[in-house]
Design a protein around this ligand. Structure first.
Ligand code: NAD
Ligand code: TYD
Length: 344
């Protein structure tokens, strides 16, 4: 049995990754260490919570003493716990620096100092560390050589973690690998991110708030493709390397909005143009040829518009899931499942 410690496994990508790992690697045990911030939701994991190969531990990545025994038990660490929403980082960057910078440094030191065999450390980074591309020249893409030019406090905090990972490989010879992925979509995404937010609003008869001129472009990848890429890099990636992950699926926000409206049977009148996000990055687009060429990974679940339609349908079929998030009721689940003593 191989034991993988996943940090942030109760979030959107984390929960999809934990399920993906258990389903695809029968010889794997998973420890999910998550402190359950507002975006951590154990209801994302009910389908596997009684699997004997799975264990949840409520713990903060900034707490070295809590992380040490978990790392010692593990053969490898997939580090994805983070503050993840750009708009929140604009309102208050402090939790982003704490979790994404300090938390990553704590995880690196705990893994580096853990007794016994060296452990692989995979850092789930983001394409947002590359800054922004112009709309005008579609031939420009982010490669692994594109300089780090983070623009939002979120991106700057993720980039700081990313640079620390590179520094720990260079300085201490740690076995690190990094993935930099584009925007994900799929089930269990917290309904503050654009796709679940827009679908949930429309179901509730509310308009969808489109920032600025709606021409900003994102490169959309299904979360299952991202999970497969993370596992591929964990198992086959070269120590010290960075791998871009993307779906070659660029869509402007207005195009995305029209697709969602069309799929749900609404018209233009449901779009509410709102003030633009401060410092709003214009375009993200990933060149993912390195991971394809060197590790044989290709997206298989992201084809548009089918994959978007499937995701929209998931939120239509699982209204209870996001309604419980919106009302805050999902937070009761921890108490019910683990009891008051466990959360103390
Ligand atoms: P999310 O906000 O849905 O989940 C984050 C999880 O981390 C939550 O379960 C939260 O409780 C946990 N967490 C936060 N602070 C913690 C702490 N101090 N200790 C322990 N756990 C903590 O985010 P997501 O969208 O699933 O993103 C996961 C990772 O993937 C992040 O590192 C993010 O930067 C990266 N990423 C996301 C995307 C995307 O499109 N969502 C794209 C590329 C990379
Ligand atoms: P988001 O899902 O927050 O992801 P990110 O900022 O990490 O790319 O936003 C995706 C795009 O959608 C981004 O260009 C901002 C835009 N957007 C809106 O137009 N309205 C909204 O209410 C939100 C949350 C995002």
């Amino acid at each position: 049995m191989t034991t993988i410690l996943v940090t942030g496994g109760a979030g959107f990508i984390g929960a999809n990754f934990v399920r993906f790992l258990l389903a695809n690697r029968p010889d794997c045990r998973v420890i999910n260490a998550d402190v359950l911030t507002y975006s951590g939701n154990l209801e994302n994991l009910t389908s596997i919570e009684s699997d004997p190969r799975y264990r949840f531990v409520k713990a903060d990545i900034c707490d070295a003493a809590a992380m040490e025994p978990l790392v010692e038990e593990a053969d490898a660490v997939v580090h994805m716990a983070a503050e993840s929403h750009v708009d929140r980082s604009i309102l208050d960057s402090e939790p982003f620096i704490r979790t994404n910078v300090l938390g990553t440094q704590v995880m690196l030191d705990v893994v580096r100092k853990a007794p016994g065999k060296p452990r692989r450390f995979l850092y789930v980074s983001t394409d947002e560390v590359y800054g922004s591309l112009p709309l005008e020249d579609k031939s420009l893409l982010f490669t692994e050589e594109t300089p780090i030019t983070a623009n939002s406090p979120y991106a700057a905090s993720k980039a700081s973690g990313d640079l620390l990972v590179g520094a720990y490989h260079h300085t201490f010879g740690m076995d690190t690998v990094t993935t930099r992925c584009s925007n994900n979509f799929g089930p269990y995404q917290f309904p503050e991110k654009v796709i679940p937010l827009f679908v949930a609003n429309l179901i509730e008869g509310k308009k969808v708030p489109l920032y600025g001129d709606g021409l900003n472009v994102r490169d959309w990848l299904h979360v299952d493709d991202h999970c497969e890429a993370i596992l591929t890099v964990l198992e086959k990636g070269t120590a010290g390397e960075v791998y871009n992950v993307g779906g070659n699926n660029e869509r402007s926000n207005i195009e995305l909005t029209h697709s969602i409206l069309g799929l749900m049977g609404f018209g233009e009148e449901m779009i509410e143009p709102v003030k633009d996000r401060l410092g709003h990055d214009r375009r993200y687009a990933i060149d993912a040829t390195k991971i394809a060429r060197e590790l044989g990974w290709h997206p298989t679940r992201s084809a548009w518009p089918g994959a978007l339609a499937e995701t929209v349908r998931w939120y239509q079929d699982n209204t209870e899931w996001w309604q419980r998030v919106r009302t805050g009721a999902y937070r009761d689940y921890y108490e019910q499942q683990y009891g008051r003593a466990a959360s103390a």
